[in-house]
Design a protein around this ligand. Structure first.
Ligand code: WTA
Length: 649
C-alpha cells in the first residue's frame, strides 16, 4: 500500500467515472429522499409518491410507494426507442460458439416468448421456474416473465432433481422452462431427465413445461420431448412479431424469488421487489461498477445466483450496456479461457469472485500475461473476503496496475451492493471492502447491538432499510433474530467484520464459522486470511477439530500455487503466519495440502464437509458439492492418517 490512506484510483479513471464527487453528504442530509437519484435511473409508468413511505421509521418499508413500472420495459423498451441496434448481449458457449442479440433482437424474442407463456396460461403473479445454464434463452425467459408480472425463480442448472422439486413445491410453481441438456467440461449433460424426475417428485401438477433445444445434434434422449412439453423454438416461432404490453407492477410487487447459497443451513428463499430492487441495482451498477452504455461488461457469475440476476441481467440491461454471458468454466479447454474472452470482446469492466482470482493465482501469471487485457477499465470482486495478496495479484496481473478494484460486499438477502468503495471517489484499501455506500447505515456491533470500537471484530449489522431489501425484510416477518423491529430496526447479516478508523469495513467471514480455540473466539476467516497471505498458498479453508474438555484444534487445508516451496517449508510458513497474526494458541495443529477444496455449486468452500472429514464424522448432505471427487482425495489425507498429504505436484 502506498500509504495508510490507501491506493488512489488512477486519474485517468477518475476523470471519466460516472460518479466523480462524493454523494455521501447528500445522502446523510437527505436520507431517505436522496435515493430519488436511484429512482431517477428508471422510467416509471406512474411516478412514486414517496421515496420511502413513512420515512423509514419502522416496518413495513415501502420503497417508491405508489410508483408503477415494469422491469422488462426498463431493460428493453426504453433502449429500443433510442438505440435499437446496440448490442444487448453477447454469449459465448462452452465450445466457443457465439451469439449476439441487439436490444431489438432481445425485445422481439422476449415479446414472442412472453406471448407464448401467456398462451400456456401464465398470468400475473404465477411463479415460473427457470432451470437452465447460462444461455441467452434464460435471459429471454427472465425478461418475458417480468413483462407478464410473473415472478421467476431461477434454479441453478447444476442442482439435482430433488433440489429443483423442493424449490418448485415451496413456491407452488406450475410452470417450468428448462433445456434438453448442456455441456460441462466437454460432456453433454442430460438436463431434461433431471427436470422430468423433478416433475414426478413435485406434489402439485405442472401446467406446462417448455424445453430449450441447447444440444442440437447431441441429444442425450434421442430427441424425444415427451408429453406435455412444448419446444421453446416452436413457441417463439408461433408468436413471432407479437408485441405484448408490459404489465404495470407496483414498486413493491415481486420481480423474482431467489435462494441463499446455504453454505451453513437450509437455503432460505427471498422475494425481491420490482421498484426498490431495480433502482438499487441500477444505481450500484452505474456508480460502483461504473457501467456505461457504450461498455462491454462481463460478470462471470452464473445467472442462477443473485450476482447473476443483479449484475449480469437487471443492472447492466437497465443501463443499456452490452452484457457478456459465458456458459463454460474458467479452465476449459485451457486455463486462459477467461482472459481470452476479455481480449476477444475487449471487455471494459470485469466482475468475478475471489475464488476465481485464487484459481488464477494458482495457475500462474503467464495466463493473463499472454493476452491483451488493455481494454479493462475497472475490476470487481464479490462473494468472499479477498485478502491483500489476491487483491494485489488481480490489480497487477489482470488490471495492469491501472484499473480500480471494487471489493463489493452484499448478499442474496440485500439484493444489491451495500458496502464498497466508489471507484471514482474513494481510495482503495486492499483487503477492506470499503465504507458503506451512501445511504447505507452499516455498523459492526455486539450481540446486544452495541457498536464495537474501530479495530474490534463484531457482527455486521445494517441499521436502516435500503431500496434493494427483499419483501420479507421490508415486512419484518419470518426473519427471527436476524431482523429486529421496533425503535431500533436492524438486520444482522450473519457476517463478522471490523471497521477501521476511516470507516472502512473489513469482512472476516460468516459469524457461524467462528471457532473457540484456547478459550478465545476466533473467526476461521481471520485465520484463513493469515494463511493465504503466505507466498505459495493459493487457497485455504480452516476448520476446528474437537478436543476433549471443549477445546478446539485448528486444521488448515491448503491448496498450494503451481510453483512453490517444498511442503515442509510451506507448512512452517503457514504455522508461523498464523502465530504472528493471531497468536501461538491458534497455530494449526495440522496443515493438509490438497490440490482442490470442496466447493458448492456457487463456488463457496464447503467448510462443513471439511469439518466432518477432520473430525472423522459422517458427512451431512453434500448434494450441493460441485467436485465430489475431492472427498476421496481428502479422506486419504484426513485427520485420521499422519503425513498422508494430498498434493498435485
Ligand atoms: C460473503 C453473494 C467478504 C458474505 C452476492 C456474505 C463477502 C455472503 C463479500 C453472501 C465481500 C459477499 N467480502 N465477504 N466483498 N461479498 N461475501 O448470498 O459472507 O451468495 O454474507 O451473495 O458472501 O453470499 P450470497
Amino acid at each position: 500500500m502506498e500509504a495508510d490512506d490507501g491506493v488512489r484510483p488512477p486519474a485517468a479513471f477518475r476523470e471519466r467515472a460516472n460518479l466523480r464527487t462524493d454523494p455521501r453528504g447528500r445522502f446523510a442530509d437527505g436520507w431517505p429522499g436522496a435515493w430519488d437519484e436511484a429512482g431517477d435511473l428508471l422510467d416509471w409508468f406512474d411516478p412514486y409518491d414517496a421515496v420511502l413511505a413513512g420515512e423509514g421509521e419502522e416496518p413495513p418499508f415501502d420503497w417508491f410507494a405508489g410508483g408503477r413500472l415494469n422491469a422488462s420495459h426498463e431493460c428493453l423498451d426504453r433502449h429500443v426507442a433510442e438505440r435499437k441496434n446496440h448490442l444487448a448481449l453477447r454469449w459465448e458457449g462452452h465450445h466457443g460458439e457465439t451469439r449476439s442479440y441487439t436490444y431489438l433482437d432481445l425485445y422481439r424474442e422476449v415479446n414472442a416468448f412472453a406471448a407464448g407463456l401467456r398462451e400456456l396460461g401464465v398470468a400475473e403473479d404465477d411463479v415460473v421456474t427457470l432451470y437452465m445454464p447460462v444461455v441467452p434463452e434464460l435471459v429471454v425467459a427472465m425478461l418475458a416473465c417480468a413483462r407478464l408480472g410473473a415472478p421467476h425463480s431461477v434454479v441453478f442448472a447444476g442442482f439435482s432433481a430433488d433440489a429443483l422439486a423442493a424449490r418448485m413445491e415451496r413456491a407452488d410453481s406450475r410452470y417450468l422452462v428448462t433445456c434438453d441438456g448442456y455441456y460441462r467440461r466437454g460432456d453433454a449433460i442430460n438436463q431434461k431427465r433431471r427436470a422430468d424426475n423433478a416433475r414426478l417428485a413435485v406434489d402439485h401438477d405442472l401446467t406446462a413445461t417448455v424445453v430449450v433445444d441447447r444440444l442440437d445434434g447431441d441429444r442425450t434422449d434421442g430427441g424425444r420431448r415427451g408429453d406435455g412439453h412444448r419446444s421453446y423454438d416452436a413457441l417463439v416461432a408461433a408468436h413471432e412479431g407479437s408485441e405484448l404490453a408490459p404489465v404495470a407492477r407496483e414498486a413493491g410487487d415481486v420481480l423474482f424469488l431467489s435462494y441463499t447459497s446455504g453454505t451453513t443451513g437450509e437455503p432460505k428463499s427471498v422475494a425481491h421487489t420490482t421498484g426498490g430492487y431495480l433502482a438499487h441495482v441500477a444505481w450500484t451498477a452505474r456508480n460502483v461498477l461504473d457501467i456505461k452504455p457504450s461498455d462491454t461488461y462481463w460478470c462471470s457469475a452464473d445467472i442462477g445466483w443473485i450476482t447473476g440476476h443483479s449484475y449480469i441481467v437487471y443492472g447492466p440491461l437497465a443501463l443499456g450496456t452490452t452484457t457478456t454471458l459465458y456458459e463454460g468454466t474458467a479452465d476449459h479447454p485451457e486455463k486462459d479461457r477467461i482472459f481470452s474472452i476479455i481480449e476477444r470482446n475487449a471487455v471494459d469492466v470485469f466482475y468475478t469472485a475471489p475464488t476465481a482470482i485464487r484459481s488464477f493465482m494458482k495457475w500462474g501469471p503467464e495466463y493473463p500475461a499472454n493476452h491483451d487485457l488493455s481494454s479493462l477499465r475497472l475490476l470487481g470482486t464479490v462473494g468472499k473476503p479477498i485478502d491483500e495478496r489476491a487483491w494485489r495479484w488481480y490489480y497487477e496481473h489482470v488490471g495492469g496496475g491501472d484499473c480500480p478494484v471494487v471489493d463489493t460486499w452484499w448478499q442474496t438477502e440485500t439484493g444489491a451492493i451495500l458496502v464498497s468503495t466508489l471507484p471514482g471517489v474513494d481510495a482503495m484499501k486492499p483487503g477492506s471492502a470499503g465504507p458503506p455506500l451512501p445511504g447505507i447505515d452499516a455498523a459492526v456491533v455486539d450481540s446486544d447491538g452495541t457498536e464495537r470500537p474501530p479495530g474490534e471484530a463484531g457482527l455486521l449489522a445494517i441499521r436502516s432499510p435500503w431500496p434493494g431489501m427483499p419483501r420479507e425484510l421490508a415486512a419484518a416477518t419470518d426473519w427471527g433474530a436476524d431482523a429486529a423491529a421496533g425503535d431500533d430496526w436492524w438486520y444482522l447479516a450473519g457476517d463478522e467484520a471490523v471497521v477501521d478508523d476511516d470507516g472502512y469495513v473489513r469482512v472476516i467471514g460468516r459469524a457461524d464459522d467462528a471457532l473457540h480455540v484456547g478459550g478465545r473466539r476466533v473467526g476461521t476467516g481471520e485465520i484463513e486470511r493469515a494463511v493465504v497471505g503466505v507466498e505459495g498458498v493459493a487457497e485455504t479453508a480452516v476448520v476446528g477439530v474437537d478436543r476433549p474438555a471443549g477445546d478446539t484444534a485448528v486444521h488448515a487445508y491448503v491448496t498450494p500455487e503451481a510453483r512453490r516451496a517444498d511442503d515442509d517449508r510451506l507448512r512452517e510458513a503457514v504455522v508461523g503466519a498464523v502465530e504472528d497474526a493471531i497468536g501461538p494458541m491458534v497455530a494449526p495443529e495440522r496443515v493438509v495440502f490438497t490440490p482442490r477444496l470442496p466447493k458448492t455449486r456457487s463456488g463457496k468452500i464447503m467448510r462443513r464437509l471439511l469439518e466432518d472429514i477432520a473430525n472423522g464424522e459422517e458427512y451431512g448432505d453434500i448434494s450441493a458439492l460441485r467436485n465430489p471427487e475431492v472427498v476421496g482425495e481428502l479422506e486419504s489425507g484426513g485427520a485420521g492418517s499422519d503425513g498422508g498429504d494430498v498434493s498435485d505436484r
